[in-house]
Design a binder for this molecule. Structure first.
Ligand code: NOJ
Length: 738
């Protein structure tokens, strides 16, 4: 009885404390909670577990409910839906001693239930409004399903399409990827003060340089110069942090000898002291435990010590803080101040989310029903999807006429739904996805006869379905063939050594071409593929990535000309896997490439050029882009250079063009890339219309890291180039004077 009374009084005390403190600044409210916490409870806040609903890694921890009740776990992931999150939140706020609410995280990478194009595909839109809108819808749906936190955006630059996670980033270029990173953060979190209930916390990942593993093999070693790191790989993280990202995730890889999760230089010197990041750092899935096999920690206790001292605030799924941190503090190996600092950061997020005021703030069944997969969200997904399609070839085949009477829609992906939502598709379900066949049917109605056949599977060498597909094609007025990868072929732990089209799909296309019918190849894949034959022979070739829930409708919009394709590649497509890494901003070398000169930096058996370059993508109309016209030919310190460019739609369809501006520092104390993207604008033009574009180049656009790794601009000539892909530009020279 006495015990019950004491607990009741304690409860009342906590409630009145909460009510009184509502008006106080967050830091004071955090302190008031901290004052009540035991060391074990603090460590509980630093612990994140997956539920058994789904796993996104190699381990599952049963007993997480008990952990919540005992205050041994302050955050969960892989739980979503109002009913489930409410049930778990109830344990935290009713059954744990301090009633601290849980945060629910999830990999909402390209949509929650309404799935958007994979991030690499979305990057091909070069459309910042579209990118932000997509993250905004993802946040609205995820928050309506009880979630507070997404493990996105993934901002890792990658120049190696063997790496399966290239699908999750924005490609090879730091300027494009930084712009996209900022939009994604703001789409998820909103701008400025955080805390609107239709937004979720963003988590920038994977800090850092996870996208450059040797051999393109996931989780592999990363070793690169600090110059390369700072000039190419770091900017997108920086941009995401500057855009307000509240959390950062450590990477699995080592960077120059020190695994990211134990890397004090990365997590403290750079992230906190230099980039001024104020939020919370979470590790990746068991990445503290992995410090043991990495060989920098003798055991998991040692690993915990290294990680917490390096700056990792929250342990994802490793349960090592839970097991060892108390001991480490008691032994004096980890100062309690470091634990307090981490817990403060975590509690601050919970206050900002409004969870202390209402732990069920994100638990509204009505909202869940009305927001998720709404027509409104699907319409945005369709628009973003069609903007992400890249037209790679078109020999006067596209757009197809809507008057077509018989259309063959064949290939292993023609009627597929499950693959089209891609890897990391959160709560997305294939059943809600519009297949290509359905998209075409939706567009053309019953007036067209659709002849369908699979032809073959994505993998394997069974050609027994070829005959049927060829038969269908030969009866049709035109043929659309959908081929590519399955969704498991890219994403985490999905590196491929051979990135050509799997199975006998290319042979199927050749067999179909034998019919002589107008033929469109629709690629569906998570990475650049080595497809030299298709790249040189397909009558029409569309790169559609994994476009998500509205894939079929979006592709049909492009096939039949209701949307004029405007996507541009955010990453180079190699001709051959042996060229990798192939990226546009390479150095000249002392023996620059010349195809007919043996003594040059080249291969004996293949060109240096990619199959399709960065920034490339065709339209159903044509554009003329003028040479860049700078407002001055000489500029001094403190001056900006204003560059005027005229772009004209010279064809007879309305369309959008991405005008890209590159620079080249011709002579510098450190070798510079042959081209570097500095700015871009996407504009829409009616037939015959001309627009004047203004690009303003600031000091930073001409700067680079000198031999002492200090940012500098050196006097001399800079080429300024503009065009509609990296290999189609017009140039002028401006001079920087002392
Ligand atoms: C491991 C992945 O690397 C990371 O990106 C993801 O957020 C976590 N698993 C959680 O699923």
């Amino acid at each position: 009885m006495k015990n019950i009374l004491t607990s009741l009084l304690f409860l009342l005390f906590l409630n009145s404390l909460a009510a009184q403190s509502r008006q106080k600044p967050v830091s004071e409210r955090v302190d008031s909670v901290m004052a009540l916490m035991t060391l074990e409870e603090k460590i509980g806040q630093m612990t994140l577990f997956t539920t058994d609903w789904g796993s996104t890694g190699p381990t599952i921890r049963p007993g997480y409910r008990e952990d919540i009740k005992e205050g041994r776990c302050g955050a969960l992931f892989n739980a979503h839906g109002v009913a489930f999150t409410r049930e778990l939140q109830r344990i935290a706020v009713e059954e744990s001693r301090l009633k601290i609410p849980l945060i629910f995280g999830y990999d909402v990478i390209h949509g929650f239930k309404t799935i958007f194009p994979i991030p690499l595909g979305e990057a091909a839109s070069w459309d910042m409004k579209a990118v932000k809108a997509s993250a905004g819808v993802a946040a609205a749906e995820a928050s309506a399903a009880g979630l507070h936190w997404t493990f996105a955006p993934m901002v890792d630059i990658s120049r190696d399409p063997r790496w399966g996670r290239i699908m999750e980033g924005a490609g090879e270029d730091p300027v494009l990827a930084s712009a996209i990173a900022a939009q994604r953060v703001q789409g998820f979190q909103g701008i400025g003060t955080f805390g609107e209930p239709n937004r979720i916390l963003a988590c920038v990942k994977h800090f850092a340089a996870y996208g450059a593993p040797f051999g393109g093999r996931d989780y592999n070693t990363v070793d690169m110069s600090e110059r390369m790191f700072r000039e190419v790989y770091l900017p997108p993280y920086q941009a995401a942090i500057a855009a307000g990202a509240r959390t950062v995730m450590t990477a699995f890889n080592e960077l120059n000898g020190v695994p990211a999760t134990a890397n004090k230089w990365l997590l403290t010197d750079l992230l906190r002291n230099e980039l001024r990041f104020k939020g919370m750092v979470v590790t990746d899935y068991t990445s503290i435990n992995e410090l043991v096999p990495h060989g920098v920690a003798a055991n998991e206790k040692h690993a915990s010590e290294l990680a917490v001292l390096a700056g990792a605030d929250m342990d994802m799924q490793g349960a090592v803080y839970q097991r060892f941190l108390k001991e480490l503090v008691e032994e004096g190996k980890v100062p309690i101040a470091r634990v307090d600092e981490a817990v403060r950061r975590i509690l601050r997020l919970k206050f900002e989310l409004g969870l202390f005021d209402d732990p069920y703030r994100y638990c509204d069944e009505k909202k869940e029903k009305s927001v998720i997969l709404s027509d409104h969200n699907r319409a945005i997904a369709r628009d973003v999807a069609r903007k992400s399609i890249v037209l790679l070839r078109n020999e006067n085949i596209l757009p197809l006429s809507k008057e077509v009477k018989k259309l063959a829609v064949v290939g292993p992906l023609a009627a597929d739904k499950d693959n089209l939502i891609g890897f990391w598709s959160a709560a997305g379900e294939g059943q809600h996805c519009v297949s290509l066949v359905d998209g075409i049917r939706n567009k053309l109605g019953t007036g067209v006869e659709l002849l369908t056949a699979k032809g073959c599977e994505i993998t394997g060498n069974d050609r027994s379905g070829f005959a049927e597909a060829v038969e269908q094609a030969s009866q049709a007025d035109a043929v659309v063939v959908a081929i590519g990868e399955s969704r498991e072929m890219s994403g985490e732990a999905a590196s491929r050594a051979d990135i050509s089209l799997p199975g006998v799909q290319e042979e199927l296309v050749k067999a179909l071409m034998g019919t002589g019918k107008p033929l469109v190849v629709v690629l569906m894949n998570g990475r650049p593929l080595t497809i030299p034959w298709l790249g040189e022979n397909a009558p029409a070739l569309l790169e559609t990535w994994w476009l998500g829930t509205e894939a079929g409708n979006a592709i049909a919009d492009v096939l039949f000309g209701d949307y004029n394709p405007s996507g541009k590649l955010p990453v180079s497509f190699p001709r051959h896997v042996g060229q990798i890494p192939v990226f546009y901003s390479h150095k000249a070398t002392g023996r620059p490439y010349q195809p007919n000169n043996k003594w040059r930096s080249k291969y004996l058996d293949i060109t240096n050029e990619p199959l399709f370059p960065f920034g490339y993508g065709l339209s159903y109309t044509t554009f003329e882009i003028s040479a860049p016209a700078p407002d001055k030919t000489k500029f001094r310190s403190g001056e900006v250079v204003k560059v005027h460019v005229k772009v004209t739609n010279t064809g007879n369809r309305e369309g959008e063009e991405v005008v890209q501006l590159y620079i080249h520092d011709k002579v510098a104390s450190v070798t510079r890339p042959v081209k570097e993207l500095r700015a871009f604008q996407k504009v829409s033009l009616k037939p015959g219309e001309t627009k004047d574009l203004l690009f303003v180049l600031f000091e930073k656009d001409f700067a680079f890291l000198d031999q002492n790794l200090e940012w500098t601009i050196e006097p001399g000539e800079f080429e300024i180039m503009v065009g509609n892909s990296v290999d189609n530009v017009k140039a002028v020279v401006v001079v920087r004077v002392e």
